[in-house]
Design a protein around this ligand. Structure first.
Ligand code: ACO
Length: 311
């Protein structure tokens, strides 16, 4: 690629200019964005499953309405993101095919089961809390369509985080069994949430380039630390214990120091061996098959409309 074009491109990035779909961009920049945005889209779509699992069992009509709306929001996020990826010249059908073929990654977090109602609170509080921490900086991503999609997504995610925390608060102010359920959910979701931010910086293959291109504004470890610092006081307010015996506030740095993360567990889940990977993929494929008649009917209808206009 032309060195002058590359230099001009980096100057635009350094000057905080947004790169738009028809602008020149290095092939590797395009590839990185397609990789990250499509993985992000798949995560939103697969992420509907663990929470969808509780729609029919929500403890009240009000809880059910909120959960139903939240799961629909996640679907909407997936759609904005597929549309943002499409501006880079990749077809949505192709991305979906890669997911169904098991060739595309999606966030490790959605391969854990939702065993009790408290898990719905913990997902909103912790999983959506982690997602916001990661996505707020993406609102300033150098690629325009991705950055703009993130603004809307973050507004909705903040609401999701609040509704999750409010479920936790209600359980923690309830009876002993309810508080225990909340603690158990925190115990199971805490470590997987820390893994959402990706491998430690030293092992993150894409961070350097993505930071230079201002796709990423913070490293994985920086965002993980911000999340821990924001979340530990919230756990204390709930009267819950973070399941990390090594967690302690470091006066010198002003941060919460945490214990070692089990990166072998992360590798296993990303490799497809997590507790629910097979179930999530099976469900996604079955849903795709079950919906085939709708797509066929829509296509046939569109054809009919077209021929009517021609006539
Ligand atoms: N789960 C699954 N795969 C992961 C995870 C994770 N939690 N974290 C990192 N990986 C993968 C990366 O995708 C990359 O794989 P690839 O090379 O095959 O594409 C590999 O591990 C190495 O990681 P990094 O070099 O650190 O990758 P990257 O610079 O892309 O950083 C991150 C990972 C932070 C997840 C980044 O891609 C990102 O910010 N994505 C957008 C946010 C997102 O996808 N959120 C989804 C969950 S939130 C939600 O849906 C509610």
């Amino acid at each position: 690629e032309d060195a002058a074009l590359l230099q001009r491109f980096q100057e635009r990035i350094d000057a905080e200019e947004r790169i738009e779909p028809n602008d020149w961009m290095p092939e590797a920049y395009r590839r990185t964005l397609v990789r990250q945005i499509s993985q992000h889209a798949h995560s939103e779509i697969i992420g509907m499953q663990p929470e969808g699992n509780w729609i029919t069992r929500a403890p009240s009509l009000r809880r059910k309405a909120a959960l139903l709306a939240k799961v629909q929001d996640e679907c909407g996020h997936g759609l904005y993101l597929y549309a943002a990826a499409e501006t880079l010249g990749v077809a949505r059908e192709e991305m979906v095919e890669q997911l169904l073929a098991g060739k595309a990654k999606y966030s490790s977090i959605f391969n854990y089961p939702t065993l009790t109602w408290a898990d719905i609170g913990a997902i909103g509080w912790l999983v959506d809390g982690a997602a916001i921490m990661n996505q707020i900086p993406l609102c300033r991503c150098s690629y325009g369509p991705y950055a703009r999609a993130m603004i809307r997504v973050c507004k909705e995610e903040s609401f999701h985080q609040r509704q999750g925390y409010e479920i936790m608060l209600t359980l923690c102010r309830g009876n002993g069994a309810q508080k225990e359920m909340a603690q158990d959910a925190l115990n199971r979701w805490w470590w997987p949430c820390l893994m959402m931010f990706g491998p430690p910086d030293a092992a993150s293959q894409h961070t350097d380039t993505s930071t230079r291109w201002k796709i990423k504004r913070f490293t994985n470890d920086e965002l993980r630390q911000k999340f821990i610092d924001a979340t530990v006081p919230q756990a204390h307010f709930l009267g819950l214990t973070v399941p990390d015996p090594d967690l302690r506030f470091d006066e010198a740095t002003g941060h919460w120091a945490h214990g070692a993360i089990d990166w072998e567990e992360f590798r296993q889940v990303v490799a497809g061996n997590g507790p629910c990977n097979a179930q999530r993929m099976e469900r996604r494929r079955r849903t795709e098959e079950d919906g085939a008649w709708v797509r066929d009917a829509a296509r046939a209808f569109a054809e009919k409309e077209k021929s009517r206009h021609r006539a």
